[in-house]
Design a protein around this ligand. Structure first.
Ligand SMILES: Cc1cc2nc3c(=O)[nH]c(=O)nc-3n(C[C@H](O)[C@H](O)[C@H](O)COP(=O)(O)OP(=O)(O)OC[C@H]3O[C@@H](n4cnc5c(N)ncnc54)[C@H](O)[C@@H]3O)c2cc1C
Length: 455
């Protein structure tokens, strides 16, 4: 039975699909978390940050979910930029406090509304993956509350297997209580951006290959409804941190002052007919035409978090929600793989807004970490029941054929056998999980679906 402090609540990830009733606990202290974990009548449980994973990673149907957002204190910052904080602290709070003081996160996902714990559990990556890899490279240590109630200090030297099973381990090894992350020094709160239009997939991939060395950050917004010679046409954004001398004169006095942004809001779920092939195609065409090749200096928020300017943008997909499908294709197969994925999507007649394409660098040592050298494409599909699930299955088959994989933080529908082939180190993960959590206290809807819980 759930304990009395829990409230029954319908929960989903950012994609609003799938949705399940869970027993949600808001626990602030470590002692409360420990007593929940070790109490004999407790069901399985999973930690939840800001719920920005898209599927059911932080959902635990008819079981317990432990909200971490009230554990959000800064603990210390060393002179060299080593941040110690509680794991419920968000990237938005870190940026708001530390960017004006000249410290930036070493890498960041496309939203700043994620917690440190959630970011480590997904081993998130950003627009600089091709140069510096994912967050795991910058996590020096964390403190983990385990299924036995013990708290372990994990790092590359101390409990290294558990350290690398937890980075990218989707919350299934325990609860990250605090973390130490190495930040970067920056001169300004701006980046120097070059916008370039690419006519098709070949041009887009060529542009990445030619510029990966010279630009810290890169991303392409692809129009995935185009076919024929224009298939894979995109707007590519390349950027480096701006120095003070890159800024216009009026900004040079206060280079670390962040530009204020007004956030718009989608007030309610839009009806599903609002998004169809015609409207999406019109939007994609407008986006492409609105961008010209140019250089500009762009604020940190505008460059890293364009979607954060619209609060609750996930409501545009309506009540049934949407699936974000993120595919990684190894470098040697990038062109063929992307081509095949785009063909399938275009033929499926399921509209996807601009998709995001990134080039990826070396993998880190996370046992279940997502990226390795190649290209990753993130697509949004409005959820239309079995049709959408079938499309994802077809896309999975392309990935299986070409040695690719999906990203667990985005996944909502993949099955265990597919995931096992995509992640050849899964047995290693399950071995650590058996040792640290023999009773499978930590579990989630996704964990059960993907076979991440040993039997
Ligand atoms: C608009 C948008 C853009 C995005 N762009 C990117 C991107 O560019 N790159 C990228 O990598 N990701 C991206 N993401 C995904 C996002 O970064 C990850 O899903 C991240 O994990 C979300 O953090 P959260 O705090 O919301 O975690 P949640 O969604 O709440 O949880 C995610 C996982 O972390 C675990 N977890 C949470 N807190 C803890 C804790 N304290 N201890 C142990 N486990 C914990 C949960 O159990 C769950 O398995 C994007 C998401 C959105 C909505």
């Amino acid at each position: 039975m759930p304990d009395k402090s829990a409230r029954r609540q319908s929960l989903s990830g950012w994609g609003n699909y799938p949705r399940h009733d869970c027993f949600v606990h808001e626990v602030a202290s470590q002692a409360e978390q420990r007593s929940l974990i070790t109490s004999t009548d407790s069901q399985t449980l999973i930690a939840r940050g800001l719920g920005r994973s898209y599927g059911d990673s932080a959902v635990n149907a008819l079981n317990d979910v432990l909200l971490q957002t009230s554990r959000s204190r800064f603990l210390s910052l060393s002179e060299t930029g080593l941040l110690r904080c509680e794991a419920g602290l968000s990237f938005a709070e870190i940026i708001e406090y530390l960017l004006p003081r000249g410290w930036a996160l070493p890498t960041t996902p496309g939203t700043k509304f994620v917690t440190v714990g959630g970011a480590i559990a997904s081993d998130v990556h950003g627009k600089n993956h091709h140069q510096c890899g994912s967050l795991g490279n910058f996590v020096q240590a964390f403190r983990l509350l385990t299924a036995s109630g013990d708290v372990l200090d994990c790092s590359r030297e101390s409990h290294p297997d558990l350290f690398w099973a937890t980075i990218g381990g989707m919350g299934l090894t325990g609860i990250i209580l605090t973390a130490q992350i190495q930040l970067n020094r920056v001169e300004t709160a701006w980046v120097k951006q070059e916008t370039r239009r690419a006519r098709n997939l070949t041009d887009t991939l060529d542009l990445f290959a030619k510029t990966d060395q010279d630009y810290q950050y890169s991303v392409a917004w692809i129009d995935c409804l185009k076919r024929g010679n224009s298939m894979g046409r995109s707007v590519v954004m390349l950027a480096n941190d701006a120095s003070v001398s890159d800024l216009p004169d009026r900004r040079q006095q206060k280079p670390l002052q962040m530009k204020k942004r007004r956030r718009k809001k989608v007030p309610f779920n839009l009806p599903s007919f609002t998004l169809n092939r015609l409207t999406v195609s019109a939007f994609n065409g407008f986006y492409f035409r609105a961008h010209r090749d140019k250089e500009s200096v762009v604020s940190y928020d505008e460059f890293f978090y364009p979607l954060d300017s619209i609060q609750s943008w996930n409501r545009i997909y309506g009540k049934r929600g949407f699936i974000q499908y993120q595919a990684l294709i190894p470098k040697q197969n990038s062109f063929d793989g992307m081509h095949e994925l785009l063909e399938l999507i275009s033929k499926s007649r399921q509209a996807s807004f601009l998709a995001v394409l990134k080039s990826c660098g070396p993998a880190d040592d996370g046992i279940l970490s997502y990226l390795f050298p190649g290209h990753t494409l993130a697509l949004d599909f409005p959820f239309k029941g079995p049709r959408t699930i079938e499309l994802c299955k077809q896309l999975d088959e392309v990935l299986l054929k070409l040695g690719g994989r999906i990203y667990a933080a985005k996944d909502a529908v993949t099955n265990a056998s597919t995931f096992h082939v995509m992640y050849p180190r899964l047995e290693e993960f399950l071995k650590v999980k058996r040792q640290i959590d023999p009773e499978n206290v930590f579990s989630s809807s996704q964990g059960r679906r993907l076979g991440l819980i040993p039997t």
